[in-house]
Design a protein around this ligand. Structure first.
Ligand code: SER
Length: 274
């Protein structure tokens, strides 16, 4: 599939499941002094998650242009060093605003990846939040992954750094569950296709999709501390890297070799007589 076809297939899949297709917002946040650039698909829905704004839909799907050049979860230090980090990228996401929660989010993700995109389950890894002193372990997500068909040994627990997402120091947040894909040539090799590489070194096992279970709002209190309060309704915010998914589907080793980016590299190379 081309990058354009992957984007369209994602939007179509969720539209078939009653999601409203919403346009990407501009890169500059319209009304949010906490954010310099749009860094995730959920930004344009921040007030909807907080219960401050009502829309005439409770499910949405977008392909959002993102720029990660500072702030939380930007991975800027990785850009240029890995095959999969970019400052500018497109994030495919499905959203539930107090509608469905973990069960459907996990069922949709499995169905789309395994049945529509035909990814082999033996190449997929799943991570869930393992809990800390503020938020308990996400045993529910683990059980739901097993129920849809994930092998128990392919579901791994990680801490706050990897499996708790928030858009900034304040705002909606919650435990997350990530999906990883082993890109190598030998899925049966227990050393190459192993838990060691999930959130580990290298570009062979890469995160392709992050499902965030939005449950809390983090606020900055007058005494300088940060407080976590439950959201009015548990919600879902997911983000799939379009260029990473294209690398998976096009069997190339880096995002730069996908049909989404390669033409630009070739164009510049031509100008440079390289
Ligand atoms: N907000 C989450 C992320 O950016 C999921 O969309 O990863």
């Amino acid at each position: 599939m081309t990058g354009n076809e992957i984007r369209q297939a994602f939007l179509d899949y969720f539209e078939r499941h009653e999601h409203k297709v919403v346009h990407s917002s501009p890169l500059l946040p319209a009304n949010d002094p906490t954010l310099l650039f749009i860094n995730a698909g959920m930004n344009q829905f921040k007030d909807v998650f907080l219960g401050l704004e009502k829309r005439d839909y409770s499910r949405a799907v977008t392909s959002q242009k993102c720029l990660r050049a500072g702030g939380k979860h930007n991975d800027l230090d990785e850009v240029g060093k890995t095959a999969r980090h970019q400052t500018f990228f497109e994030m495919l996401g499905n959203f539930s605003f107090g509608d469905y929660f973990k069960k459907e989010a996990i069922e949709y993700a499995w169905d789309l990846l395994v049945n529509e995109f035909k990814l082999a389950p033996e190449r997929l890894w799943f991570s869930v939040f393992e809990g800390d002193d503020e938020v308990p372990p996400d045993d529910e997500a683990r059980a739901l992954w097993e129920k849809v068909g994930a092998a128990p040994e392919r579901i791994l627990g990680f801490g706050r750094k990897d499996n708790f997402w928030q858009m900034g120091d304040t705002g909606p947040c919650g435990p997350s569950s990530e999906i990883f894909h082993y890109m190598g040539d030998d899925p049966l090799d227990p050393e190459k296709n192993s838990p060691y590489w999930v959130n580990g070194p290298g570009d062979t096992t890469i995160e392709i999709w992050n499902l965030v279970f939005m449950q809390f709002n983090r606020t900055h209190e007058k005494d300088g501390t940060f407080k976590l309060t439950p959201l009015p309704a548990p919600s879902v915010d997911t983000g799939m890297g379009l260029e990473r998914m294209a690398a998976v589907m096009q069997h190339v080793e880096t995002n730069y070799e996908t049909d989404l980016i390669k033409p630009f590299v070739e164009f510049v190379a031509e100008l440079a007589n390289a």
